[in-house]
Design a protein around this ligand. Structure first.
Ligand SMILES: *Cc1c(COP(=O)(O)O)cnc(C)c1O
Length: 395
């Protein structure tokens, strides 16, 4: 039986899948089981900032696997201690404590619990088009109806305001608001950068009204937007910072960094078996070293600006807007994105949707300008031809 049939036989059904089996990667390139090469602008949905087959990360994982994989946080551990120090050093000032978990949604879930515990309030204000994950707390903050509706009623106390609307936020944050949660650039919601006055206004409102600011940098973190964290473009100082995706060079890992407005948490109120395991910590330390030594955030800033400018030159009545920050780039179309993603794949370029009409590009940050030029040429070509749509609904 071929690979696609075998996986189809047992897959959960949750994913709309593309009909290729990816078996190997190197840098920003991927290969399928038939040996076809692709330029990867999916980037593991943001988990592959360091590039596929990164030798530094691979070696750290192999060495740590031989030394120690499991070590719950009831014990101290060398790699964990070093990673905590490292993350605090990289993050915006004032975030001095670290909770380690295994995914983005877990980081968001934990941040809510910490905010509830620290403020003794239960309200959370989130943004329309925001995406924060799919476990019940994180899902309650997520906006998209198709993710939420099958599981309602969700956790109570959540409300949504339009992103970049400071007046609406001002009206929503009250004396029962525990936290405001925001992405710095909305990812799944269509690649929408935050306005500085909105994000800094949210920070000011939270401080004035005794609420905490949770910034979700699960997608924007680790060089993606041209700074180590997107907060740093704005001088934003969150009370809690949620991280995951590229935190451990592609291995599953999440984290919440927090500061003195949260304080040391009460023992036992939260935890995770795998959280802070030495394997992920060692991978993350190697990833942080690599990001810094290779100046990948600066590379993302330069190449991202070049890529945006190149895409903006494309003359096509199909394009509504090209926007982004660093190597987080979206092209909003006047039509559904799916057929154009399929056409790009036929040209050997893998990209993502963000909502119905946005083509999203999240290449590994080790991508070269020549590779991005090829991606832009492919976009130009597919937008010049009427799209053919095949069977896949949402891709
Ligand atoms: C992907 C994502 C999440 C969820 O991360 P998972 O690891 O899939 O649970 C949360 N927030 C943002 C901004 C994301 O992009």
């Amino acid at each position: 039986m071929n690979l696609l049939d075998l996986e189809s036989l047992h897959t959960s059904g949750l994913y709309t899948k593309r009909p290729i089996a990816i078996v190997r990667g190197e840098g920003a390139r991927l290969w399928d089981s038939d040996g076809n090469e692709y330029l990867d602008c999916v980037g593991g949905q943001g988990a592959a900032n360091l590039g596929h087959g990164n030798p530094a990360v691979a070696e750290a994982i192999a060495a740590q696997a031989r030394a120690l994989i499991s070590c719950p946080e009831m014990f101290y551990n060398d790699k964990r201690a070093q990673l905590m120090e490292r993350l605090v050093g990289l993050a915006p000032a004032g975030l001095t404590r670290v909770y380690l978990c295994n995914s983005g949604t877990e980081a968001v879930e934990a941040a809510f619990k910490f905010a509830w515990a620290a403020t003794r309030r239960r309200g959370i204000v989130a943004a329309m088009r925001g995406f924060h994950g799919r476990t019940m707390g994180a899902l309650s903050a997520t906006w998209e109806k198709k993710y939420r509706e099958p599981f309602e009623p969700l956790v109570s106390g959540f409300r949504h305001i339009p992103y970049n609307d400071l007046a609406a936020l001002e009206a929503a944050v009250g004396d029962q608001t525990a936290a405001v949660i925001l992405e710095v650039v909305q990812g799944e919601g269509g690649v929408r950068p935050g306005a500085p006055e909105f994000l800094l206004g949210a920070q000011r409102l939270c401080r004035e009204r005794g609420a905490l600011l949770i910034v979700d940098e699960v997608q924007t973190g680790f060089g993606r937007t041209g700074a180590m964290f997107a907060c740093q473009h704005y001088g934003l100082q969150p009370d809690l910072l949620c991280l995951a995706k590229s935190l451990a060079g592609g291995l599953p890992m999440g984290a919440v960094l927090f500061g003195e407005r949260v304080g040391l948490l009460p023992a036992q109120i939260h935890g995770s078996t795998f959280g802070g395991n030495p394997l992920a910590c060692a991978a993350s330390l190697a990833a942080m070293d690599y990001l810094e030594a290779h100046h990948l955030a600066d590379h993302a800033a330069e190449l991202g600006a070049w890529f945006l400018a190149r895409l903006r030159q494309i003359q096509s009545p199909l394009i509504r807007e090209v926007r982004g920050l660093g190597l987080m780039v979206g092209i909003e179309l006047r039509q559904k994105a799916t057929p154009y993603l399929q056409a790009l794949m036929r040209q050997g370029v893998l990209a993502l949707p963000a909502g119905l009409t946005v083509l999203r590009f999240l290449p590994p940050l080790v991508v070269t300008q020549a590779q991005l030029a090829r991606a832009a040429d492919a976009v130009e070509q597919v937008l010049a031809q009427p799209a053919r749509e095949t069977a896949m609904a949402d891709f």
